[in-house]
Design a protein around this ligand. Sequence first.
Ligand SMILES: NC(=O)c1ccc[n+]([C@@H]2O[C@H](COP(=O)([O-])OP(=O)(O)OC[C@H]3O[C@@H](n4cnc5c(N)ncnc54)[C@H](OP(=O)(O)O)[C@@H]3O)[C@@H](O)[C@H]2O)c1
Length: 290
Amino acid sequence: MSTIAPTLPGGTWTLGDLTVTRFGYGAMQLAGPGVLGPPADRDGALAVLREAVDLGITHIDTAGAYGPRVTNELIREALHPYPDTLHVVTKAGAYRDEQGGWPVERRPDQLRRQIDGDLETLGLDTLDLVHLRLGDASGRKEGSLAEAFETMAALQQEGLVRHLGLTNVTARQVAEARAIAPVVSVQNMYNLAHREDDELIDRLAADGIAYVPWFPLGGFSPLQSEALSAVAARLGTTTIVVALAWLLRRSPNVLLIPGTSSVAHLRENVAGAGLELGAEDLAELDRIGR
Ligand SMILES: NC(=O)c1ccc[n+]([C@@H]2O[C@H](COP(=O)([O-])OP(=O)(O)OC[C@H]3O[C@@H](n4cnc5c(N)ncnc54)[C@H](OP(=O)(O)O)[C@@H]3O)[C@@H](O)[C@H]2O)c1
């Protein structure tokens, strides 16, 4: 069994009984434009996934809806049989329609079909961690998750899923889910410019639950801010590296899953994210999203 590289920025975090590097990799944008179909550069996508593992990353985020199935299939082709230390993390609760939309699919039979699909495409008997996706394509929405999360808990009891998480959720929904079954991870949109979850992050940290910001670099619209550019220039680095270093520093329960389709960018991000931010830098960055 291989050991986790001790040198990745941020060290490690424990999801239930699984240790992952806080610096992970988000595979969504490896699929084609609009997260549909195959990538333009298939060999490049496979190379990025292999590089992630070679760099010591042990947390890869994906979903059956990406492509659909495309990123799962790329992960399997690049990395199966998986090293013992690698944890491939997925989501269920939305799928794709022919127009490229993300329709909600949270009925028990739909969730079961998505879990079966992920097991098959990833070539696994058990999924390490599955996030139930709440809300819809327009964002989070209050409302009970009981039926859907009870289904996830049943799939866990059957041994198809090891740990449960939530994505696109409100604090109230996190509390409702935790009364049904343990939650090890919450994945919501958050970055330097989108700080709605500040309070939730701190509460989850106190309870030992991971917080995984999606769109850590702004997603399809890269983060842009004069203050961010000024800090990066002062430190002689890129805005990307500063944004990642700030997230790692934000709270120990924050796990990174930045996406990239470039081996060079992946290396730059891993090499840079350990950057030290001083008090003046932090104060300036803190004002961006407030
Ligand atoms: N739970 C959910 O509902 C949900 C929703 C959205 C996303 N996610 C997850 O979050 C992950 C991250 O989101 P994301 O990939 O969409 O957005 P992101 O990580 O915020 O940003 C990715 C973008 O940053 C660019 N980038 C990365 N490193 C760079 C560098 N060193 N220099 C220049 N550009 C760089 C990438 O371009 P290059 O390819 O050119 O490097 C890509 O366009 C996804 O992979 C997915 O797993 C989850």
